[in-house]
Design a protein around this ligand. Sequence first.
Ligand SMILES: Cc1ncc(CO)c(N)n1
Length: 222
Amino acid sequence: MKYGNTFAVWRDNAPAWPAYSLHKFVRGLGDGTLPHDAFLHYLKQDYVFLIHFSRAWALAITKADTVEEMRLAAGTVNGLINEEIALHIKTCAEAGIDEATLFATQERQENLAYTRYVLDAGHSGDLLDLLAALAPCVMGYGEIGSHLAATKTSDSYAEWINTYASAEYQQVCHDVGVLIDGAIARRLGNDPMASPRWAALQARFAMATQLEIGFWDMGLNP
Ligand SMILES: Cc1ncc(CO)c(N)n1
């Protein structure tokens, strides 16, 4: 599945991308060596992450210029807060953790830094600043999910992998790619890389990628 032209350029110019998409945590999901307590700790943090991340996508609706942009952003809010988060609720319920407990999870600094960075990108900037900060998360997990589905050597974390490899999640990544390419063309024209804004957008994407690495690192340290 293609996630759009802009994403491909941003990813190829983010030096830390492989350290994110091929992180030790990711490899542990694929070969089953990730300790289960680290996985549950990560899922609890990620439940809180998804709440703030949904807020950031809701901000994209208010920053949109067209109804089409609003619809794509609203679809992503729905995907996060009603679909993706169901994985976290179900997996944690199986481990005896109910949703009220999940909601009360003490937020780790790495988690807080990431989501508030993304929210601030949107509050201080326009839709492009926000989308550049949101993209590594959405598309990164899409890439990780389909890579792990094709290469995994263990079924321990198959449910997690299948969530992100699923047609539904891949469709979200595709739609976000369409949203980003359209938003870029609408605001920066046909040669966006020549825009004086390009370097700052690339830097936002690179920072969010770095913050994803911090999130995986945090996951390995319950
Ligand atoms: C930290 C993080 N990044 C990306 C995703 C994908 O939505 C997620 N659930 N958590």
